[in-house]
Design a protein around this ligand. Structure first.
Ligand code: HGY
Ligand code: MN
Ligand code: MN
Length: 421
């Protein structure tokens, strides 16, 4: 049994463990909010379901004795006081908004692992010098409202508050109005409480850890990303009387660019990534040559120069396709962040924590963006990965094992205590 006379770091080294059962139960309870038929979760940012999820986790934060504050972009912070009020908080968290056909673990795991750390400290009566904070970042997924990682980006000063509050979804609803509607338009100024450090636990969302049979990923950084909206303007025309050479087929142009995006990423093997995930075509009638097409392009790379090569190749090939299909093509960048490296001391704390718990581990670069990427701009940051089944995420069948979920949260507990003193 640990007593409060132990220094937390010492206690954490030898016998302090989170309660895996309680963490798993909380994950499954939160997953009920927006549960989908195949066992996933649809809880889009700032919808009523997001409000329900926020309300539930905030109630758990309050039950754990945390002081809760909401900032101007709706980020939620739950604070556990430290013994040294002069210290900045050691924080952990993630997001609870999901993809339209998302899973139970993406984001939700990081928030509830952080809550489990607090619950464990409470039940063992352990106090820390630095305050401990849990963060829930608004609209990490960027699927309903662009840009992606909106709340953490605004917190870190990457986005202007006015700009993100004005972002609109496909129905024209604005972030600011939706925040007010769900009751999470907070008044804490963005970035008001600088953090001493930030740790985020997350499923890997890829196959590497599972393939290697490893429970823990020591995340050293994340791929840089560039997202684009591409708009093609051709000419609606009759599918019968219009000879092939005279067409201005926006659908054909889109198909050629989708092919080009794939080739651009393959040319940057093994770590280049290129995806067209969102497409619209007009007038979307089977016997009309499509005169309009709009779609997303998501490019990623571990090195900035690689990302720039991919960006240039996309623009070049789009111009060539415009000529070959006699269409007008606009390529507009909507998201951009360079590859990021996490803080060495925090990464070392994560690695030491994995060693403390005798958990085999691997250094890994995140292919996905995370709130940690933006928080790293303003605080020393690191991440902990755990495997997900078959490496699948952003899919209702996303799954993880209770043992890995528990192991990751134990690593989080020890790493945070190593920093919080
Ligand atoms: O797109 C991403 O990388 C993150 O999952 N939002
Ligand atoms: Mn996520
Ligand atoms: Mn995600």
């Amino acid at each position: 049994m640990t007593s409060s006379t132990h220094t937390p770091a010492l206690a954490a080294r030898h016998d302090l463990r989170i309660n895996g059962e309680r963490l798993w139960t909380s994950l499954m309870d939160l997953a009920k909010v927006g549960a989908t038929p195949l066992g996933g979760v649809r809880r889009l940012a700032l919808t009523d379901l997001d409000r329900a999820g926020r309300d539930l986790v905030v109630s758990w934060m309050r039950e754990a004795g945390l002081t809760v504050r909401i900032d101007q972009i709706g980020n939620i912070f739950g604070r556990r006081a430290g013994t040294d009020p002069a210290r900045k908080a050691v924080a952990s968290g993630s997001h609870i908004d999901t993809q339209p056909s998302g899973g139970r673990f993406d984001g939700n795991y990081g928030v509830l692992a952080a809550l489990e750390v607090v619950r464990t400290l409470n039940e063992h009566n352990i106090s820390t010098a630095a305050p401990i904070e849990i963060a829930i970042w608004t609209n990490e997924e960027g699927t309903r409202f662009t840009p992606v990682m909106m709340g953490s980006g605004a917190y870190a000063g990457v986005f202007e508050l006015a700009d993100v509050l004005a972002a609109r979804d496909l129905d024209g609803l604005a972030v600011g109005d939706e925040l007010t509607r769900i009751g999470y338009a907070g008044d804490t100024p963005l970035g008001a409480e600088p953090l001493d450090a930030y740790f985020e636990a997350h499923i890997e969302q890829g196959p590497i850890l599972e393939d290697r049979g490893l429970p823990i990923g020591i995340v050293t950084g994340a791929l840089g990303q560039r997202w684009f909206d591409v708009t093609v303007t051709g000419m609606d025309a009759h599918a019968g009387p219009t000879p092939m050479p005279l067409r201005r087929d926006a659908g054909l142009a889109m198909a050629r660019i989708i092919e080009a995006v794939n080739a651009i990423a393959l040319a940057e093997a093994p770590d280049g990534r290129g995806t067209v995930g969102y497409v619209q075509i007009g007038p979307n009638s089977r016997n009309v040559i499509p005169g309009s097409a709009s779609f997303s392009v998501d490019l990623r790379h571990p090195h900035q120069e690689g990302l720039l090569r991919m960006d240039a190749a996309l623009r070049e090939q789009a111009a060539a396709v415009a000529t070959s299909t006699r269409t007008r093509i606009e390529v507009r960048q909507v998201v951009e962040f360079p590859p990021c490296a996490f803080d060495q001391h925090c990464v070392d704390l994560v690695r030491e924590a994995a060693q403390t718990h005798d958990l085999p581990h691997l250094d890994i670069v995140s292919g996905a963006g995370h709130d940690a990427v933006y928080v790293a701009r303003v605080a020393p940051t690191a991440m902990i990965f755990v495997p997900c089944k078959d490496g699948i995420s952003h899919n209702e069948i996303e799954d993880a094992s209770p043992d890995d979920i528990e192991a990751g949260a134990n690593v989080l507990l020890t790493a945070m205590l190593g920093r919080a003193g």
